[in-house]
Write a protein that binds this ligand. Sequence first.
Ligand SMILES: [Zn+2]
Length: 529
Amino acid sequence: MRRLASLVAALCLLVPAAAAQDVPAAPDRERGGGPYDRLILRGATLVDGTGAPPRGPVDIVIEEDRIARIQAVGAPGGPVDEAARPEGASREIDATGLYVLPGFVDMHAHLGGAAQGTPAEYVLKLWMAHGITTARENAAGNGLDWTLRHRERSAANAITAPRLLVYPALGTDRDAPLTTPEAARTWVRRMAEEGADGIKVFQAPPDVLRASLQEAEAQGLRTAMHHAQPGTARYDVLDTATWGLTTGEHFYGYPEALFTDRSLQDFPSDYNYQDEGDRFRYAGHMWQQAAAPGSARWDTVLDSLRALDFTMVPTFGIYEANRDLMRARRAEWHDTYTLPSLWNYYKPSFENHGSYHYFWSSGDEAAWDTHYDRWMQFVNEYKNRGGRVGAGSDSGFIFKLYGFGYVRELELLREAGFSPLEVIRSATLEGAKALGRADRIGSVEVGKQADLLLVDENPLANLKVLYGTQALRFDKDDRALERVGGVDYTIKDGIVFDADTLLRDVAQMVREAKKEAGMAPDADLELTQ
Ligand SMILES: [Zn+2]
């Protein structure tokens, strides 16, 4: 079993054993105003997250941390019905021309780490600046106590942070691997006692895995699984969903359920899973070996997962470098917002997770392009059959930056075939449902927590307006490019954060880190390399 433990360690540097060094904790909150006795957002266009079409102008009343009233105040473009307006504001925001959405839920988030050199403040502010008000920490890679402490401080709004849900990785805080169902059940009960919201699983012997998932359900914990390939010879997503798995991360485990002319993925004879170059290259060949769209097996798998109330969290974005390495490497936000230590972490190495682009080829990108086509079709059809799909970014690896990576995930859901309203619903209410929190968050409805974002362009027309670097638009009168959009405010628990201020804080952290690294504070990140 020692072999298994080292495999798990090689699999992902997120296992808690790797968290020996402490990641700098988030400082006490100095940003954000409120909550207010009566905050009124005036004249907004509301996209409420339920899938309902936009409506406005509306005035939204927030009392302390709750949404108290949503009031229509006239016809769009017409005079405002002043008599209808709620009164008695202790703070007002003129939201004329602004879109109000529920705060986003990042279903697959990692709170940085020692190897990346990313302090908690950096990650948390990038999330908040992009309207992410809830993040599910997948694996608690910085340690269970550290992550739970941040969850509690965020719940008390003592730090600038989304609300956090903590899913420690299977085996967290144990020296030896779990080898029996009883040991797994004991461990799950301990996690429940320590206050975990769920558990994250990569792989385990089938009986241990089944016991873990079933005990989690019995304890009221939810579960997330990245079906790591050393395990999927023995089970696939249909097995784990039947054993009670709540959410399937990424794509692993799905093609395996769709094999009809083979029972195992066909790897080249010199494949070595411990070589991340191999691992990611041939992961891009999985869907091509699976049953075709529209086949009987395709239908059976989709319908079975739907019947089990299963949630897919595809994290399309995190693999995008495999389809287009240049796009991921040269994303326009890196120079201003990527810490030099994180940039170093991304670069090819033997040590760092996801740093495997040793000599990535045109053929590799072509294979991944085909892989994406099938995978996106599968996820889109799942949504069309009533299946739940959440938005998760998995940022911090493979050139994907916190916050920015989440907006890219929304764009890729769009590319998969989701309509803009379906994208927003996945990013909000569907995520809240998968977390078991839809009674409190995930939509803008009276009685819910005041978790919102405001943006001054229509995100349904162009999701790019949600990027912190805004969207490019050619002004035909001035004959010049301008940048438009960007989240204006993120509101969490009724506390109003100015998104630009958060981004400026992050940019300043990056400048200081460059100076410390002996670089010019505004230096680009090796454009020529
Ligand atoms: Zn992850």
